[in-house]
Design a protein around this ligand. Structure first.
Ligand code: SAM
Length: 292
């Protein structure tokens, strides 16, 4: 673990802040706070944050990563569900980085006290990046929701459970390829970049974490809607071991209709969902929409 100095929070300060406020980190909200400045710097570096860029952070907690982002010159909109943490954040930031709240100028930090899954609009300029140490129990829904709702987000760098990172970045055919991999691939290419030891957190979680970098790209070209494509993905993986002609029978109306759509899409009806990439799923959804 590296020394923490300057703008960033170290272990003693995290414990002190939590102690003063009577904060008992809860598992239900995935509250594990980063106490290592080296990890914060790594996240900020890998996110490629530039001065003046607008970044959205989900779950700023006590502010470990928020301070790193602000210190890199970004302007941050931070969405925090815990009202005590949301209230404390501006104070912590003002104490470490007074220039974030200039006299008479626009502050570089805006805090939104809300469940990220309920947020449909963000105040201020549209963010171009999402950078976060995501709450583990909702990491995939938050990621998918933000990619869908905020198309200004071009890059993502998130810390998630190592196992979730594997799934997000898995290619078709791999053991960990599944619903999150295929849905994220609709919006972006994903890469698992680093493994992060559990010891950089307080309290220490019982799993390791990893960083995932996403670059937005165009979705596959198709006349099917995103919802229709995602319905095919969900059905294909609902029973992983089933061949597609059976797995999609419900959606298609019958195994025969599913077989016809799969053949029209150029997909082997005996294949399993784990073999298909997002463009294949899009072609299947399009073929299912055509009355046969
Ligand atoms: N960013 C901080 C850090 O790196 O130390 C804290 C990260 S902690 C893993 C996750 C944070 O997300 C907590 O502060 C928690 O209160 C917050 N959180 C949990 N569920 C949330 C939700 N649905 N919407 C917004 N924030 C949430």
């Amino acid at each position: 673990m590296t020394e923490t100095s300057g703008a960033l929070l170290g272990p003693a300060e995290i414990r002190d802040l939590a102690g003063r406020l009577g904060i008992r980190p809860t598992k239900t909200l995935g509250q594990n706070f980063v106490i290592d400045g080296g990890t914060v710097r790594k996240i900020v570096r890998q996110a490629g944050v530039t001065a003046g860029e607008r970044v959205v952070e989900v779950g700023p907690g006590l502010g470990s990563l928020t301070l790193g982002l602000l210190d890199a010159g970004a302007s941050v909109v931070a969405v925090e569900i815990d009202p005590v943490l949301a209230r404390l954040l501006p104070e912590t930031v003002a104490a470490h980085l007074p220039d974030v709240y200039p006299d008479g100028g626009d502050p570089r930090l805006t805090v939104v006290g809300a469940d990220a899954l309920d947020v449909t609009e963000l105040p201020g300029p549209p963010p171009t990046a999402l950078v976060a140490n995501l709450p583990y129990n909702v990491s995939v829904p938050v990621l998918l929701t933000f990619l869908q709702r905020f198309d200004s987000i071009q890059r993502v760098l998130v810390m998630v459970q190592a196992e979730v990172a594997d799934r997000l970045a898995a290619p078709p055919g791999s053991r960990t390829y599944g619903v999150p991999s295929a849905k994220v691939a609709w919006y972006a290419s994903a890469r698992r970049t680093s493994t992060i030891a559990r010891t950089v957190f307080w309290p220490v979680p019982n799993v390791d974490s990893a960083l995932v970098a996403l670059e937005r790209r165009d979705p596959p070209s198709t006349t099917a809607s995103r919802q229709d494509v995602f319905a095919v993905v969900d059905a294909a993986f609902a029973q992983r071991r089933k061949m597609l002609r059976s797995a999609l029978a419900g959606l298609a109306g019958s195994p025969e209709a599913a077989t016809r759509a799969l053949l029209a899409a150029g997909v082997d009806p005996q294949a399993r969902g784990e073999r298909l990439d997002v463009a294949d799923f899009a072609r299947v959804a399009q073929a299912l929409a055509v009355p046969s």
